[in-house]
Structure formats: structure tokens, C-alpha cells
Design a protein around this ligand. Sequence first.
Ligand code: ATP
Ligand code: MG
Length: 571
Amino acid sequence: MKIEELQTVVPTSNMGPYEQAYNNFQWEDAERHFTWYETGKVNMAHEAIDRHVQEGRGEKAALLYCDANRHETYTFSQLRASSNRFGNVLRKYGIGKGERVFIFMPRSPELVISLLGVLKVGAIVGPLFEAFMETAVKDRLEDSGAVALVTTPALLSRVKREELPELRHIFVVGDMDAREQGIIDFETEMLMSSEELEPEWLNREDGLIIHYTSGSTGKPKGVYHVQNAMIQHYYTGKMVLDLREDDVYWCTADPGWVTGTSYGIFAPWLNGATNVIRGGRFSPEDWYRTIERHEVTIWYSAPTAFRMLMSAGEQVVSKYDLSSLRHVLSVGEPLNPEVVRWGWQVYTQRIHDTWWMTETGAQLICNYPELPIKPGSMGKPLPGIQAAILDDRGQVLPPDRMGHLAIRTPWPSMMNRIWNNPNKFQEYFRFPGWYVSGDSAYMDEDGYFWFQGRIDDVINSSGERIGPFEVESKLLEHPAVAEAGVIGKPDTVRGEIIKAFVALREGYAPSEALQQDIYRFVKEGLSAHAAPREIEFKEKLPKTRSGKIMRRVLKAWELNLPTGDLSTIED
Ligand code: ATP
Ligand code: MG
């Protein structure tokens, strides 16, 4: 990849503070921030919400919620009061510490309030993305042994209650015609309950949340996190998101995915920031309007969204005032250099890539504000985090060698277990002292990490190991290409050849000439061995609901194999 070329368009800040911070850092410095450091009493909802009220920030806007119909502001005091109310409702129904309470509803203030209420009583919250269908919902409620669910009338029909004997209570947010056994009206109960509640005081190792992974590589895993994760949520909010007192912060992720809670709820509020949540579907206009209207200063989104905004073009951007932005970040998939370049040209913002996983609970390898960006790189490990590239036997590889991206254990937000699946959990720790991510990467001489692909997606062609990300990023630089997914296709001569699935930008039509042009473009711009010998045009690429290209589905199509678990695939 021609990094030098890109660096000329993305200016860098001064080197220096990173090494200093890295060497001097201790997690205990972050722990001192919390009231439990003194009191020993732990509760995420207390630290994120109530403590701001106690410390005189109660009237500050905590949540700016907007969708097509609602524009609402909630102060920290209001969130404290309503989450207390819901906590009291849960207690009334005998729900408390350690029990699993799931939330299956679209983004809304009620989602956030319920989530905080669940945490107040020490229960473990399980957020589910609204687009899940019957089986996906049932599998997750069953696997986690959920005793209660918060949902909406529209989504209730996707909950197979007769098959979920452990699910005792369902709270419904919104009007329903008929009341059935076991269905409780959220609104009525909230009105009847008190605004005062003593939170359940917990230990740092007590449960916080269960998130099911995105399902990019196989069946989603129930990742269980404990209260201790808040140390890293708080600290990365400060270090990486760069949250300060008067910021207006917007994370576009849904709380059904880990980014939507770790960075859509916990990190901003642990840092006392004003947090924007936008409901409804993606549209470039609505998104830019959200930034303009709320004067968003920090914006955290994902490559798939940035690519869609890029496809929508510069004209749309020019209709809005985005000058409030001062820091932009990305997570979820590798961030193509082309997208970084676009961000710089069009938003005059460097887009900061951050790497982490549901299992890691919080950011680990990042481009943070004071670090010069090398476009296409995930950045460097945070102070407090040690990362390395391992070979297949668990030995640390020298710079510039591709291998398993691994992290020294432990760190504060590391998962505590995979729910109901101890064997799966053990697999991550098969090399003593390391967490093995399942991603393939290399580290350069400067200590920057470069994502190559999922371990299973790395392509072996004519004896060369090729990461699909590199090829996809080059494809994306071609003016006709909107999205690309690259796989290895078995070949008797070369072992594997590279096959690319490509979705075209508006105004381009599939043709053999275009195919050849794209092939030449990659061959000349990257290398002959990395150029896709086969290119197939697709309307759309298969993606998870969290917006990730599902290469295993592309591969299954290509090889006529079973596609595996599709519970998280987009329509
Ligand atoms: P599943 O584990 O169910 O297959 P998933 O791995 O996509 O799904 P997540 O935990 O949502 O589930 O995603 C974590 C993965 O996303 C990482 O392992 C990595 O492959 C990818 N990822 C996240 N951030 C980045 C990034 N900044 N650069 C490259 N890849 C990223
Ligand atoms: Mg994963």
C-alpha cells in the first residue's frame, strides 16, 4: 500500500506524548476517578448518572434524543429519576442482582432508561438489535436464561413466549390493544413507582452486560462483561474519544452492539458528556442534519457508514454546517485509506480508526488524538495495553510479519466468560499469557498495527499470504467501486486465487471492460499477485446488521457450501 502518498494529504501531529504516556501509565490512575475507589461500592449506573447529580451537574443535558418524530433533552437528574423508577418496577417484580434482563427495542429514550434501571438493581442487561427475527431473539433469550424483557408492541410478536419458560415478565413500551398474562405496561408502572432508589451495591467482578457478537465469522457468542470494564470505558473516553466537559458527542452505533453501549452509553456518561442518540434509519441528510443541529463536536461511526456517506457524495455535505466537529473516529471494520482521505478532504477531519472487539469490551489499539495517523493502520496499543503478533505456535513475531493479533492478559474490560460456552472461551487463551483475537495483522517498525483480515480469511496465493483488506482498500480507490469483499478461491495451480465481489457506485454498470479496468487498477497500484483474477459484480454485499461484510457468506456462495448461522445478516 502506498502509505507515503497518503500521508501527504493527511497531516500528522507531533510525536512524543505517546511514548511518555505509555511508559508512565498505571490502571490505578484511572481507578482513582471512581467513587468506589474510596467507598468500595460499585454500580455502573451510579457512576454514569447519579454521581453527576450528587456533584452538582444534575441540570446538565445528558441525552439529546432525536428521530423523525421526537426531539427530547434529558438532564442527568431526569435520567437518574426515571432509571430509579424503572429500578423500582423491576424490584416490585422480584428482579435483582445477577438476573438477566433483555431489551429488544429501537433506539429511544426508553431503551436507555430501561438499560440504566436494569443496572441500578444489579441485574445483567442484554440489549438486542431491533431487526432480529423470531429465531435470533429466541436463541439469545434462551441461551442467556433471561427472566425479563423490555420490548415494544410491534416487536412482541417476534418473542416466542411459549418456548421460553424462564422468561417471567415482559414490559411493553407503547400502547397495546389487549393485555395478556405476563405482559406489563411500562408506562403505567413507571408512573406508579418512586423516583428514589438505593442502587444495588456490587463488586467489581459482578456482572454488567451480555452482548452477542456480530456473527461475521460464525454463530454469535454471548460475551459476558463485568462492572470492572468501566475503568476502561472511562479512560478510553478520555484518552481516545477525547471527551471534555462541554463536548457534544454522537456515537452512531445501536446499543444492540457493543459499540452502542461501551461508547454509546457508558464512556460518554462516565465522562459527564452530553450524548446524542439518533433513532431511525441511516440517511446522509438526516445524519448531517444531526451534526448541524446539535453542534456535535465528537463523532464515532463505522467504515460502512463512512463508505455510504462517501457514495452519497460531496454535494450533500455542502448543504450542512459541520464546522462544530473537532474529532472523528471509526470502529467495526478496517478503515480503508480512501475513506481517511475523503474524510480529510470533505470534513477536514482526520478519521481516527480504533480496533477492539465485543470480547475486549473497550478500545485497545487506536489512533488517538496526539498520535500521527498512518492511513490504513489501526494505530498503536493504548497505554496499559500490550499487543503483539504471534505465529501459529504462540511465539512473538518480529515487525512486518503477518500473524495472530494478540493482547497480553488481562486488561480491565476483558470479557469474563462466553455465556454457556467455556470451551469457546478457552480457545481465546490457548497461548499462555495471551488473548488471541482471531484477527490477522502485522506491526511495523514504528509500532503501528496493520489489520490484514480475519485469520480464516487470509488468502494463500502462489505461496504469498495476502490479507483481503489490502486488496479491498485498493479496489475502493477505483472510482467505480462503492464496496468490495475479497476471498480466496481454491485453484489447482496457485493454491488460491483472489476473487473480488464488487458493488458499483451509482452511474456505473457492470461490463467486461470495467472488470478488466479494475483488475489492471489493482495490479498496477498494488501488485500482480494481489490483483483479483475474478471479479463479480453484485447489487449489494452480504453484511451483518452491524454493517460488516460477511466474507464467509461470499465464500460459501462461491464454493456451494452451507452458509452457516445467518441470524445477524441484513435483509
Ligand atoms: P463474530 O465474532 O460473531 O464473528 P465479529 O467479530 O464481527 O463477529 P464484533 O465483536 O462486533 O463481532 O467485531 C470485532 C471484529 O471486528 C474484530 O475482530 C475485527 O475483525 C473487526 N474490527 C473491529 N474494529 C476494527 C478495526 N478498527 N479495524 C479492523 N477490523 C476491525
Ligand atoms: Mg469476532
